[in-house]
Design a binder for this molecule. Structure first.
Ligand code: PLP
Length: 400
């Protein structure tokens, strides 16, 4: 193994496990949990997080791409996997091969999936005549997505019954579940609430229309992090937490809001983005820093060079506002953030040594004084983006 950079991400897997357990305790008894580990588990490492989630009682995992699903299967993860986005025709054979369950929402896409399943089953049968009976008997599950107002994946509620019939009359497919996704469950304004309620009602009507045809809807699920916490009565058969697994609350559905509602759910941030001081540079008044020389020392100071830049997940637009924690104190980043480095103003740098640890964000135990939410608020984005922007070259180190 090669040595380690000063820049890495610590993953406090115990915090992740505590979050999964807290969510499991929070949901109504019998409600299944589908843990979203898409985008490399929001930057935390999909395989490690998926394994930890299953260990702590996750029933399903969710991914956004077929490749993400294959990664889990190749790591010997056996849990059912949902594919939340539509895939390309060239990926469909792998859906079947790796037993990844797609969301479907229109006749054409169902047809594509059906042909892929038919082809895979035929190939399987040809390869092993003995398996013919089993292979033919086992249908491939799909979940019928209902677009109740997100405008993304799924059928209109009025088309759900016809599509459910189409699926359940197929020789190759079976209806494993029905689902929807809320567009504004993370808001508390009257407009957000009424929109979410409208979506919920449209979804329930779609599920009822399927049942009215004598078709079992399978596992009914709708709520991601925000709705599962705020709308306990909308948990249905399964919930699909994502961001809360990683210790962050979605927008207005915060720890404080939930405590006030007397339905507390306490979460712990999982990732710390860590770097170190690669050099300490005495700076005389008048010296400037980084591209464009946008910052000039107005008095003598000490500049620390940090080997972390926007290719590692800092946002270039945070130059001027970003602060870094060193030895339990926050110091400001000066000048533009480069691709691979940035500079921090350490003042007198009293008690600070070369190679000392500097923490961008993370849980308190990492030495961080900021969270991904603080960075997000500063950058006008959400914790999701801060976490998933942490670069591929940033090694993930799992802290026991
Ligand atoms: C990403 C995603 C989730 C998880 O969302 P969070 O807000 O992170 O909880 C659930 N369902 C679908 C369809 C998604 O795309």
């Amino acid at each position: 193994m090669s040595g380690m950079r000063l820049t890495f991400a610590e993953i406090y897997i115990k915090n992740f496990e505590a979050n999964v357990r807290a969510i499991k305790k929070f949901v109504k008894p019998g409600v299944k949990i589908c843990c979203s580990v898409k985008a490399d588990a929001y930057g935390h490492g999909a395989v490690t997080c998926a394994k930890a989630a299953v260990k702590c009682g996750a029933d399903f995992l969710a991914v956004a791409t077929v490749g993400e699903g294959i990664e889990l299967r190749e790591a010997k993860i056996k849990a059912p996997i949902l594919l939340l986005s539509y895939c390309s025709p060239s990926e469909m054979a792998d859906l079947v091969k790796f037993n990844i369950t797609p969301f479907v929402g229109d006749e054409e896409y169902i047809g594509f999936i059906e042909r892929a399943v038919q082809k895979a089953f035929k190939a399987r049968n040809a390869a092993n005549a003995k398996l013919t009976k089993n292979a033919a008997a086992k249908k491939f599950a799909v979940h019928l997505a209902v677009d109740s107002g997100m405008g993304r994946v799924g059928c209109l509620p009025c088309d759900a019954a016809a599509l459910a019939k189409r699926i359940s009359s197929s020789k190759y497919l079976t209806l494993g579940g029905m689902c929807t996704h809320f567009a504004s469950a993370d808001g508390t304004a009257a407009r957000d609430r009424s929109y979410a309620k409208k979506q919920r009602d449209a979804f329930v009507a779609a599920v009822e229309s399927v049942k009215a045809c004598g078709i079992k809807p399978g596992i009914v699920h709708a709520s991601a992090s925000a709705a599962l916490m705020d709308k306990v009565e909308w948990q249905f058969d399964m919930v699909r937490p994502g961001i809360i697994l990683y210790g962050y609350y979605p927008d207005k559905i915060t720890a404080k809001y939930l405590r006030a509602k007397k339905t507390p759910l306490e979460l712990k941030p999982v990732m710390a983005l860590v770097t170190g001081i690669s050099a300490l540079r005495p700076f005389a008044k008048g010296m400037s820093v980084s591209y464009g020389s946008t910052w000039t020392a107005s008095k003598n100071t000490t500049i620390g060079v940090l080997p972390i830049g926007y290719a590692d997940g800092l946002l270039r637009r945070q130059a001027g506002t970003l602060k870094v924690s060193v030895g339990g104190k926050l110091y400001p980043i000066r000048g533009r953030i480069c691709m691979d480095q940035c500079m921090v103003d350490l003042g007198s740098a009293k008690g600070i040594k070369r190679f000392d640890r500097a923490v961008i964000f993370g849980p308190k135990e990492s030495g961080a004084l900021l969270t991904a939410d603080d960075l997000a608020a500063d950058a006008g984005t959400i914790s999701y983006e801060i976490l998933t922007c942490v670069g591929k070259r940033v090694e993930r180190v799992y802290v026991k």
